[in-house]
Design a protein around this ligand. Sequence first.
Ligand SMILES: NC(=O)C1=CN([C@@H]2O[C@H](COP(=O)(O)OP(=O)(O)OC[C@H]3O[C@@H](n4cnc5c(N)ncnc54)[C@H](OP(=O)(O)O)[C@@H]3O)[C@@H](O)[C@H]2O)C=CC1
Ligand SMILES: N[C@@H](CC=O)C(=O)O
Length: 410
Amino acid sequence: MKIGLLGLGTVGSGVYEIINHQKGHYFATSKEEAIITKVMVRDINKIRNINIPDKLLVTNFEEIVNDDEIQVVICVMGGIELEYSCMIQAMNNGKHVITANKAVVSEYMDILYKTAKQNNVSFLYEASVGGGIPIITSLIQTLRINQIDEIKGILNGTTNFILSKMTDEGWNFADTLKKAQDMGFAEADPTADIDGSDVSRKLSILSSMAFGSHIKDENIYKRGIKEISEADIDMFNDLGYVLKYLAHSKLEGNKYYATVEPVLLTNKNIMSNVNEEFNIVSLNGNIIGELQFYGKGAGKNATANAVVGDLLYIINNDFKKQEITLEQQLENGGNIAFEGKYYLRVDTNDHDQFTKVIDLVDEFSKKKKITFNSSKIYVLTEEIKANIFNKLVDKINAIGVNSFYARIYS
Ligand SMILES: NC(=O)C1=CN([C@@H]2O[C@H](COP(=O)(O)OP(=O)(O)OC[C@H]3O[C@@H](n4cnc5c(N)ncnc54)[C@H](OP(=O)(O)O)[C@@H]3O)[C@@H](O)[C@H]2O)C=CC1
Ligand SMILES: N[C@@H](CC=O)C(=O)O
């Protein structure tokens, strides 16, 4: 079976190596040989850490999607519109499509499903959520019997790596992000990792599949982690909490609630022990109850493993029918369903700002503990609904101070 590979970066080079260096046992079991005949890159002359014949490299995707001999297109580039066009054109030309690109899947999954169905081809995207964790296949399997009403987990390897290294080894944010980039965990533009878009795209894919309605990432409330400081981490250690970046969605009646935000966990919570680039996903089904899935959420080999796993379904004619429909009409309930005690840190050494912050905290939280030093105010509140606490922080930030806050998970 001839394959066109779009992208030869972290994931693409892993896919190329598994297929060409015969890593794994799939050659012994698969019905047909897999041959990558063309590879699209942006820059043919780039020095690469991979040994690949120059004659395979192309820079125009038409050479791949219009090649009659190519039956499968694997799209592992990081953009959106070009990648979406490639996938649609490939399917309209009768080719199966596999991708790791969550940005495209979360934005266009309804059209991509329909196009695959119309052309009787597979559209597979196991690697788009949770890197090497087989969560998409497991979710489809679970949905055959269950209604899933809750999804939660750590879905970004880069930010989990950053938070683990800051907590366990005292690294600073900027150096740890750089290390995550060097290790191939981060997106080409790591803003998507630290502002929450990468996580909300993954939560959008899982929630849409589970709840049966296309829930776009722009409808998911999200907060980034870039304001976190070493002072926060010291405080969490003293208080006995571990900070994690949590994706969480719930279905209640015809409403869904979804959020991506930093949360504080005690060490009794299994998620507090998920470290470095590892991810965890928990699903709640009405019959099976809670199911958890754990593994490497980012990186070359883990992600390429998921992509090649999808390829094997196609090569072995184990054609996965598109069982997911997105026909439910659901209302967005925002983040009102999430509540808990809150940790808040505000930086100021200005007397007026200090007074304004304390007055605002008094207005929103009746029972709280406040401590401060010369330049920082620390607050621990009683249980407050997420939407109310966010309003407080918006008002505090409007004063012109730096702050960071996290919900204590209960
Ligand atoms: N890295 C990871 O751990 C994971 C990544 N993903 C997803 O997989 C996809 C690929 O990620 P990753 O491998 O890390 O990305 P990289 O940035 O490492 O690689 C991207 C590749 O695509 C090529 N490319 C990008 N834009 C174009 C273009 N306009 N025209 C031609 N070629 C282009 C680049 O070419 P060139 O080499 O010439 O620059 C490069 O080979 C992304 O969607 C990402 O979100 C999913 C799960 C995990
Ligand atoms: N940048 C992503 C890569 C995998 O999806 C992450 O860090 O999780």
